[in-house]
Design a protein around this ligand. Structure first.
Ligand SMILES: NC(=O)C1=CN([C@@H]2O[C@H](COP(=O)(O)OP(=O)(O)OC[C@H]3O[C@@H](n4cnc5c(N)ncnc54)[C@H](O)[C@@H]3O)[C@@H](O)[C@H]2O)[C@@H](O)CC1
Ligand SMILES: [K+]
Length: 508
C-alpha cells in the first residue's frame, strides 16, 4: 500500500472530484458516512457524542458526522471551534444542513472557557484540523488541545483523519497535538502514523476506504509504502518440483560466543525453518555440541578459539573458500572481541556478495566505522534504534531519523532495516517500506536473531535482496502474530516465532 503526502491526498481528492465525477460535498458525505458507520458498529446510542469541528473541511466532516449520528438516534452536539473567521465552503454547507434539521445541536466555542461540561463517558470526536494544518497550533487553540487531552482520561477520544495538531509529513513531536484513543483516517496511511513519536497520539488507527479514484492511487509514484499480503504474494516463490537441496543455496551463519550460543541456535533454526537448502554454522569451540544437538539439520565448523570467533573468514569445510556460500549471515551473539573485529574486516575483503549483518557485527562496525563503506552493495543491515544510533548518529525526531536512514541506504547502496512497531526498510533507490505485521510480544530477547536467520535463508535461496528483506520481515511479524494468537503476547518467545514460521508460510 502506498503512503501519500498531504499534498498528494489533496490531489487525489481533486482528481476524484473531477474524474469520477463527484462533487466535493458528496465526497465529504462519503468520508463522513464511512466514519459514522464505524461509530455505529463500535458505540451504542446511549453514549453522548461531542463533535469538535474546525472551520475547514475536517470540521465539515465533523458537522456531517453529527447529522448522521442524529439521523440514527444518537445524542450528538457539534461544538464549532472558531479558530478563524473564514469557514470553507463545505463546512458552511454542512453547517446549514445541520442547522436546518437539528437547530439545537450546534454549540459555538471561541475560547477555552466556552468548552461545555461533558457528561461521564462521553465520546469526543476531534474534527478540528486534518491535513490542512500548516504549522504548530498556537494561542488559545493550544490551550483547547491541552484541555481536550485532560478530558481524554475520562472520555473516549476519536480523531477524524488525523489527531488535530499532528502534521502528516513532518514532526510534531514538540507541538500541541490531540491524544486520541482511536484515529479514523481515509483511504491510505499517513507517514506520521508509522513513526514511534506519534504512537501515543493516534491510538488504534483504522483506515476507512472512501472510494478515491483508483487511477490516481495506482499511477501516482510514492517514496513510502506499507507492505501487505498482496505484495507478499507477488514476491513469494513456491518451491520447484524437481528441486534438490542445492537448489536452495548454502548459507554460512557466523554467530555465538561463550554465554551467547542461544542467539546462534535461534538464528540457525530460523534459517532452516525459512527454507535454506544447506546451512553451515561457524561457532567458537564451546558452541560445537550446542549447535550439533539443537540444530541437527545444520553443519558446524569451529573456530580456533574456545569462547569467541576470530577466524571465520577462513570458514571453508571443503577448501573452496567462502565463495562456496551463497550468502553469509553474521552477528547474533558474536561478541565484539578485537580478534572478531579483525576477522570481520578480513571477511569483508574476501566475500563480496550481499550478506546480512546484525547485532554484534553492527556493534563492531560502530567501533570501526571505516568498515561501513566496505560492506558489499545490496547487503542487509538490521539495526534496532540504539544500534542504528551508534553507527549513524542521533536525530532530533523520528522524521529526521527516517531521512538519515534513507540517505545512508542510498549513499552506501545497502538495505537498512530499522526495527520498530512498523519496521522501516530503506532501499538503495530511496524507497522506504514499512512492515505491517508483528506485535509487542516480539519485543523479547532473541526475536532479532530469528529475523537474521530468516533473511539469510531467503538470500541463500536466491531471493533478490529487496525481495528478501520485504518478505522476511513480513514473515517474521506474521509468525509472531500467529504465536501471540496461540499463546499470548506475554508467553510467546523467540522460539515460538520459529515454531510459527510454518503456519506463516502457509498463509502467504
Ligand atoms: N473533498 C475533500 O477535499 C475532502 C476532504 N476531507 C477532509 O478535509 C480535511 C482537509 O481539509 P482542509 O484542507 O480544509 O484543512 P483542515 O480542515 O485540516 O484545516 C484547515 C483550516 O485550518 C486552518 N489552519 C491551518 N494551519 C493552521 C494553524 N497552524 N493554526 C491554526 N489554524 C490553522 C486554516 O486556516 C483552515 O481554516 C481532511 O483532513 C479531511 O478530514 C474529507 O472530507 C475527504 C474529502
Ligand atoms: K482531526
Amino acid at each position: 500500500m502506498k503512503i501519500f503526502t498531504a499534498t498528494q491526498i489533496r490531489e487525489a481528492d481533486a482528481y476524484t472530484i473531477q474524474h469520477e465525477p463527484i462533487s466535493s460535498l458528496q465526497l465529504m458525505e462519503r468520508a463522513a458516512t464511512a466514519c459514522a458507520q464505524w461509530l455505529f458498529r463500535h458505540f451504542d446510542a446511549r453514549k453522548p457524542f461531542y463533535i469538535f469541528c474546525g472551520m475547514g473541511n475536517n470540521g465539515g466532516d465533523g458537522l456531517a458526522i453529527t447529522r448522521l449520528l442524529l439521523n440514527n438516534g444518537y445524542k450528538a452536539t457539534a461544538c464549532i471551534v472558531h479558530h478563524s473567521n473564514k469557514a470553507s465552503a463545505d463546512h458552511t454547507a454542512n453547517r446549514q444542513l445541520l442547522e436546518q434539521q437539528y437547530p439545537q445541536s450546534i454549540y459555538d466555542v471561541a475560547a477555552v472557557a466556552d468548552l461545555p461540561t461533558l457528561p461521564p463517558k462521553s465520546i469526543i470526536i476531534d474534527a478540528i484540523f486534518g491535513t490542512g494544518l500548516r504549522s504548530a497550533i498556537e494561542g488559545w487553540m493550544a490551550g483547547l488541545i491541552h484541555q481536550l487531552n485532560d478530558l481524554q482520561t475520562r472520555h473516549t477520544l476519536v480523531a477524524i483523519d488525523l489527531p488535530s495538531g499532528m502534521l502528516a509529513d513532518a514532526s510534531s513531536a514538540h507541538m500541541p497535538v490531540v491524544h486520541a484513543s482511536i484515529t479514523l483516517s481515509f483511504e491510505v496511511y499517513k507517514l506520521a502514523f508509522l513513526l514511534p513519536e506519534n504512537a501515543a497520539r493516534t491510538g488504534q488507527v483504522h483506515i476507512l476506504p472512501i472510494g478515491l479514484h483508483p487511477d490516481y492511487l495506482t499511477q501516482t509514484p510514492t517514496r513510502f509504502h506499507v507492505t501487505d499480503a498482496h505484495m507478499m504474494r507477488t514476491i513469494y516463490q513456491p518451491r520447484q518440483p524437481f528441486a534438490h537441496k542445492g537448489t536452495y543455496g548454502h548459507a554460512l551463519l557466523v554467530a555465538g560466543s561463550y554465554g551467547k550460543m542461544g542467539a546462534a541456535v535461534l538464528s540457525a533454526k530460523a534459517c532452516l525453518h525459512a527454507g535454506v537448502g544447506l546451512l553451515t554454522c561457524h561457532v567458537p569451540q564451546c558452541g560445537y555440541q550446542i549447535i550439533q544437538i539443537s540444530a541437527p539439520s545444520a553443519m558446524c565448523v569451529t573456530d580456533i578459539q574456545e569462547t569467541y570467533s576470530s577466524h571465520f573468514h577462513e570458514s571453508a569445510p571443503q577448501t573452496r573458500g567462502l565463495q562456496q556460500y551463497k550468502t553469509i549471515g553474521i552477528g547474533p551473539g558474536l561478541g565484539t572481541a578485537t580478534g572478531t573485529a579483525k576477522a570481520l574486516e578480513q571477511l569483508l575483503e574476501q566475500y563480496r556478495q550481499p550478506m546480512v549483518l546484525d547485532a554484534d557485527a553492527l556493534n563492531i562496525i560502530s567501533e570501526y566505522p571505516f568498515l561501513l563503506p566496505r560492506i558489499p552493495h545490496g547487503s542487509l543491515l538490521t539495526p534496532h534504534p540504539k544500534e542504528f544510533e551508534r553507527i549513524f548518529g542521533s536525530s532530533d525526531n523520528d522524521f529526521a531519523r527516517l531521512e538519515l536512514l534513507s540517505r545512508q541506504a542510498v549513499s552506501l547502496q545497502l538495505y537498512i532495516l530499522l526495527k520498530g512497531r512498523f519496521t522501516a526498510m530503506a532501499c538503495p533507490d530511496g524507497a522506504v517500506y514499512f512492515n505491517s505485521t508483528g506485535n509487542p510480544g516480539m519485543a523479547t530477547g532473541g526475536s532479532g536473531d530469528v529475523l537474521t536467520g530468516i533473511l539469510t535463508s531467503l538470500l541463500a535461496q536466491g531471493y533478490a535482496p529487496k525481495a528478501a528483506i520485504l518478505l522476511g520481515t513480513y514473515l517474521h511479524g506474521l509468525a509472531g502474530d500467529i504465536a501471540a494468537a496461540r499463546m499470548s503476547q506475554e508467553a510467546m518467545t523467540a522460539e515460538s516465532i520459529i515454531d510459527c514460521l510454518g503456519p506463516a508460510f502457509l498463509q502467504l
